[in-house]
Ligand binder design. Structure first.
Ligand code: ADP
Ligand code: MG
Length: 249
């Protein structure tokens, strides 16, 4: 049994269908990447899985249980948490208050979870009392991830964690994603930064216009010519420009 199983998922916004029958799975312990261009349906897929959108048809199973008709807060309680695109931290609250809200589903804020996120993100520990809106972009992304981890999920959905960050911070975020996974959390990673995501992911899927176009082991997709051209910005060399006999292009 897969930890997450998505079958024939169709999700629409009014009359506009964004997912046209998407199927994929995530096994316990994996990092799986979901790649695709802007507008392919990645965020829609994550929001449907975490219960923020209702699918028109299809199934989502988490640890064997149907969750596609469950409210989002129950899905969090089952062990599935999403870090939304654009972070959505509470900017007027402190780092510490943001983290405590991440554990809202539990009767008491678990000290062990706080200790764990401060070990993963020492920069946040130093800034516990700082108002979150004054953190840098990278620190805000760390806070969004840390807040999601406060719920101690079995499966963490990350929606473009590297978006808008400088390369050194992108590396730090990806490093932490690997560490979170090593400590036992399964990860579904949505990214536009395909090369970084494919280095990390055991398996990956490519979403194109609301359909899965390709799937395979991360390293295989990183070598795939179509993926290289569309998402890695490398691949077939451009044709040599036509030159007139006089040598002027
Ligand atoms: N709230 C919305 N209302 C209507 N259409 C939407 C909404 N959100 C996304 N879409 C459309 O659904 C499609 C998939 O979007 P999205 O899931 O955000 O893609 P991605 O995350 O891969 O960039 C796009 O065509 C987008 O315009
Ligand atoms: Mg998106």
């Amino acid at each position: 049994m897969s930890l997450l199983e998505v079958r024939d998922l169709v999700t629409a916004y009014g009359s506009i269908e964004a997912l046209h029958g998407v199927s994929f799975r995530v096994e316990e312990g994996e990092i799986v990447a979901l790649l695709g261009a802007n507008g392919a349906g990645k965020t829609t897929a994550l929001r449907t899985i975490s219960g923020l959108l209702r699918p028109r048809s299809g199934e989502v199973r988490f640890a064997g249980e149907r969750i596609d008709a469950r409210p989002a807060h129950e899905i969090v309680r089952l062990g599935l948490t999403q870090v939304p695109e654009g972070r959505w931290i509470f900017t007027l609250m402190t780092v510490d208050e943001n983290l405590r809200l991440g554990a809202y589903a539990e009767p008491r804020v678990p000290q062990a979870a706080l200790d764990r996120v401060f070990a993963l993100f020492p920069r946040l520990a130093e800034r516990r009392a700082q108002v979150a809106g004054t953190l840098s972009g990278g620190e805000q992304q760390m806070l969004a991830m840390a807040r999601a981890l406060m719920a101690r999920p079995r499966l963490l959905l990350l929606d473009e964690p590297s978006m808008g960050l400088a390369p050194v911070l992108v590396r730090a975020i990806f490093h932490t994603v690997a560490e979170i996974n090593r400590e036992g959390t399964t990860i579904l990673l949505v990214e536009q930064n395909a090369s970084a995501a494919l280095r990390l992911a055991r398996r990956a899927y490519v979403l194109e216009n609301g359909r899965i176009a390709l799937e395979g082991p991360g390293p295989d997709l990183a070598r795939n010519e179509a993926v290289r051209q569309a998402y890695l910005g490398v691949g077939a060399r451009p044709k040599a420009p036509h030159r007139s006999p006089g040598g002027v292009a």
